[in-house]
Design a protein around this ligand. Structure first.
Ligand code: SAH
Length: 216
């Protein structure tokens, strides 16, 4: 096993499984995706550490544990169509690609989307669809989605996400102020009814856009 594979195994055991993520498919996906390739080369040695890392453009790749918890919260079994808001490094999208049938991911910063596209292709995740746009409108042409995951903190839940959720589908989104949020899971239980759960506190970079925060 390479040093990276050893570090990855430790990361999954000590940061993800030990803290309660039990979904075998999520665990296997995180064991497979080479996270060190999704961070800037100079930070590769820290890729399996227990914190977010800068990826340029003042954005971050989420802490491994957060990727594990959010992926598990989507309750995917393999046949789903999933939308991610905030492609960033592309790492979460790669994990989702191993958990669902189709992955669509939106990123507002072109340079990040380009870099994510490159690395997703290089790692065999060419079927992840990445588009550059304000993701607070969702991806109407591809809706409905069985899962929607927002990897940036929102001031409130954009209506488009509820509308674009399939009945039975799950939306996982951090909601709060610019620096700290509560991770929420919204399940569309019927055409008209949504169940909302507050999972735990978290800190994400802001969701910036029409139905998010304004640019500073
Ligand atoms: N899921 C990413 C985490 C990236 S951090 C990963 O695995 O690396 C959050 C990302 O959301 C940033 O890249 C930021 O540019 C992006 N973002 C913020 N607001 C957005 C919006 N309205 N639409 C699309 N992307 C947005």
């Amino acid at each position: 096993m390479s040093d990276y594979a050893i570090a990855r195994r430790r990361m999954v055991e000590e940061q993800v499984v030990a803290r309660g993520v039990g979904d075998r498919r999520v665990i296997d996906a995180m064991l497979r995706v080479p996270r060190h390739l999704f961070v800037p080369e100079a930070l590769a040695a820290q890729a399996y550490s227990d914190f977010p890392l800068p990826i340029g453009e003042r954005q971050t790749i989420s802490q491994p544990y957060m990727v594990g918890v959010m992926s598990e919260a989507l309750q995917l079994t393999g046949g789903e169509k999933v939308l991610e808001i905030g492609t960033g490094s592309g790492y979460q999208a790669a994990v989702l690609a191993l958990l669902a049938r189709q992955v669509f991911s939106l990123e507002r910063i072109p340079a990040l989307a380009r870099q994510a596209r490159r690395i997703l292709d290089a790692c065999g995740f060419a079927r992840v669809n990445v588009r550059v746009t304000d993701g607070t409108f969702g991806w109407e042409d591809e809706a409905p989605f069985d899962g929607i995951i927002v990897t940036a903190g929102a001031p409130s839940i954009p209506q488009s996400y509820r509308t674009q959720l399939a009945v039975g589908g799950r939306l996982v989104i951090p909601v709060g102020d610019r620096v700290s949020q509560v991770l929420m899971r919204v399940t569309r239980v019927s055409e008209r009814d949504f169940r909302e759960e507050r999972l735990f506190g978290c800190r994400f970079v802001p969701l910036i856009g029409n139905h998010g925060w304004s640019e500073e």
